[in-house]
Design a protein around this ligand. Structure first.
Ligand code: NOJ
Ligand code: NOJ
Ligand code: CA
Length: 699
């Protein structure tokens, strides 16, 4: 049965794949996060595989063992996902994880979550095979669903430096061949600096172990090429993007070289996990700089905190509004950031507030907010287990119901449809129109497209003095009263006729305009090289026209009213304004950063750089990747890491084969700059692999 199904599916798909192009633009999408082991057991034959026996618990009583979910299970549930309006899946890692248990306090722990890789060339035997992976991707694409694969190149598996018999010593395999392990490490594939104790320290977070996970040295040429090859494998198997694990724990330089490598092959979407500890996380600025310069749009942990505080813990709506304003100012690509209520690393919403009405309100917010909505599996079935506060692993119950009529399921569907059809929800700005502690009325607007959303998390409230950009008219609730919403009427000056917002309700009002000239909403990826593929999304593109990078015309690969696929023309490196010109007019511009060449990660070390309190070391230089001699800390590399004062280093990403000039700077927190003396340093970047350059600070 299974075999026949896959053969037919494969044939149908092969045909469709040649005719259907999948849009890169994710801003109109709804992402659904699946923890593979906990979703659906589609093939009981792989539950207790001979390669890694004894890690499966059919009774589901040890929450840290495998429970049977697999790739076939996802394939079989594709219709359920599609009917919910899910258009993108984020699948937790599927690479081969350790084959034995790691014992903590006498309890067996398996890599059921996928974050304990041993072999980045293989699919874990509990989840299936590469063929099962391909079938899952094919089935997803057939249903109009894209797939983001979780990729965890930061580390292998747990290592205990006092115990060579613990688990697999963090061993790394290449397609079944053992390369080395992190206990003996004769090649220098791992860092050996112990576990992170200060999570706010940028050296520790990048060069020490995340808990006890063996920390890979991505700057080692062998690891660099292995991880890039593993990423390419995923691209070749048809993924539409990546969720990179633990981006906070790897260098920005290596990760820019990774995105450059991936974008060279395909115009995929990239997100990543940078956990923020709260509204004043000391590494928040590093996170923003990373987001604005690597082509990776981090999961929006800042907004996540505000969503949990306001809907889960009953904070005032001003907390949410403040977070929307702050992130809107800081993140250049704010509409690319995934927005979420919960995930596999925090208690589920219903654990922190067991109130379905509030969950619906939070969901409605996420689905209409700026950014890309992301829903954790089971939310639509009110799945939660509150044991011990409901954190890891209790936030990972087995999916146990597939009801397509729950309010949450229908809500996701309704707002997914609206997101697809109204560009205001994809590309629009977001601003508050009316607010008190329990009512939040906000608007999304992209040119003349408008969506107005009103959330009331308390009792009936009369609303006076509300203005909107919606044109004159009467607007019914797009949710059809699903969350007790109502209709409003708007007069010619945008004043909304006074009304009473029902208790615990959400209303969504929408106006879709017809664009008479081209409007660009999104570009993806946001950086790359001349010759790369890029997707522009927006409205009013008509059926033909030209795209310009600055004044240079780009080759067009496909053109539709809402989407243009093109090839980046040969223009000089730098941030270039991109515009669309049609017979109807010229669009707005959107930025694209053209890199100088293929990117190589290089460790820049400067010795004897003494600093006074508050000063940090930065690197500037002669190419775009080094900021073209800028001293603006947002444009150049740093702050450097300094485990061995007065020696400092950073990993920067620089153009392959080029001879670059550079200098180090001392910059304090007030922005005072001290330039290094002497002549510029010179370095010829290798044409492949990774690089290293060490110099003395010149007075
Ligand atoms: C973050 C993941 O989301 C988490 O579940 C995992 O344990 C760590 N990274 C380490 O991979
Ligand atoms: C130079 C900046 O220092 C760095 O932050 C950035 O990533 C590169 N330019 C490439 O954009
Ligand atoms: Ca199974």
């Amino acid at each position: 049965m299974k075999k026949r199904y896959s053969v037919i599916l494969t044939l149908v798909m092969l045909f469709l794949l040649t005719t259907v192009a999948y849009a890169l633009d994710l801003q109109g999408e709804v992402v659904y996060q699946i923890m593979v082991d906990r979703f659906y057991d589609g093939n009981t034959g792989n539950n207790n595989p001979a390669k890694a026996p004894g890690l499966y618990d059919s009774s589901k009583s040890n929450w840290k063992l495998y429970w049977g979910g697999d790739l076939d299970g996802i394939t079989q549930k594709m219709t359920y996902l599609k009917n919910m309006g899910v258009t993108v899946l984020w699948i937790t890692p599927v690479h081969d994880n350790i084959d034995v248990a790691a014992y903590y306090n006498g309890t067996a722990n398996a890599g059921y979550h996928g974050y304990w890789a041993r072999d980045f060339k293989k699919i874990d035997e509990h989840f299936g095979t590469w063929t099962d992976f391909d079938e899952m991707i094919t089935a997803a694409h057939y249903n109009g669903i894209k797939v983001l694969i979780d990729f965890a190149p930061n580390h292998t598996s747990p290592v205990d430096i006092t115990d060579p018999n613990f688990a697999e010593r963090g061993a790394l395999y290449y397609n079944g061949t053992l390369w080395d392990d992190a206990y003996y490490d004769s090649h220098g594939y791992w860092h050996h600096n112990g576990g992170i104790t200060n999570w706010d320290d940028r050296y520790e977070t990048q060069y020490k172990n995340l808990a006890d996970l063996a920390d890979l040295a991505q700057e080692h040429a062998t690891i660099d090429s292995y991880m890039k090859e593993a990423a390419s494998d995923m691209v070749n198997h048809g993924v539409d993007g990546f969720r990179i694990d633990a981006i906070k724990h790897m260098t920005m330089g290596w990760q820019l070289s990774l995105t450059d490598h991936i974008f060279r092959a395909k115009d995929v979407y990239m997100t990543g996990e940078w956990y923020l500890g709260g509204y004043s996380d000391p590494l928040y600025d590093d996170n923003v700089k990373f987001a604005n310069n690597t082509g990776i749009a981090p999961l929006d942990f800042y907004l996540n905190k505000a969503i949990r505080d306001v809907f889960g813990y009953n904070a005032n709506f001003s907390v949410l509004d403040d977070a929307v304003i702050k992130t809107g100012q800081d993140y250049k690509w704010k509409n690319d950031l995934p927005v979420f209520i919960d995930n596999h690393d925090m208690a589920r919403f219903l654990t922190i507030n067991n109130n379905n009405t509030r969950l619906h309100q939070a969901l409605a917010f996420v689905l209409t907010c700026r950014g890309i909505p992301l829903v954790y599996y089971g939310t639509e079935q009110y799945l939660h287990d509150d044991t011990d506060g409901g954190g890891d692993p209790w936030n990972r119950p087995m999916m146990n119901s597939w009801d397509q009529t729950t309010t949450a399921y229908r809500l996701i569907k309704d707002l997914s449809d609206l997101r697809k059809s109204n560009p205001a929800l994809k590309y629009g700005d977001m601003y508050q129109r009316w607010m008190n502690s329990n009512v939040y009325i906000f608007e999304r607007k992209f040119y003349d497209n408008v969506v107005l959303v009103a959330i009331n998390k308390s009792s009936n409230r009369s609303i006076t003095g509300l203005y909107t950009a919606l044109p004159q008219g009467t607007y019914s609730d797009e949710l059809g009263g699903l969350l007790n919403g109502l209709a409003i009427s708007v007069s010619s000056n945008g004043a909304v006729t006074n009304f009473t917002l029902p208790a615990n309700s959400v209303s969504v009002w929408s106006y879709k305009a017809t664009a008479s000239t081209p409007h660009i909403g999104n570009i993806g990826p946001v950086l790359g090289r001349a010759g790369n593929k890029v997707t522009l999304a927006g409205e009013g593109f008509g059926s033909s026209g030209n795209v310009y990078f600055g004044a240079t015309r780009a080759a067009i690969n496909s053109w539709s009213a809402n989407e243009i696929k093109l090839t980046v023309p040969a223009v000089s490196s730098g941030v270039v304004p991109v515009s669309v010109v049609t017979s109807a007019g010229t669009s707005n511009t959107i930025d694209y950063e053209v890199l100088s060449a293929k990117q190589i990660p290089v460790v820049f070390t400067v010795r004897n750089a003494s600093t006074s309190w508050g000063q940090n070391i930065y690197l500037t230089g002669s190419v775009q990747e080094l900021g073209n001699w800028s001293t603006d800390t947002d444009q150049i590399w740093g702050p450097f890491l300094c485990p061995n004062y007065p020696e400092w280093y950073t990993v920067a990403s620089v153009p392959a084969g080029q001879t670059i000039q550079f200098k180090f700077l001392k910059i304090d927190s007030n922005g005072n700059v001290v330039w290094e003396g002497g002549n510029n340093h010179t370095y010829t970047v290798p044409t492949s692999g990774t690089g290293n350059i060490t110099v003395d600070w010149q007075n």
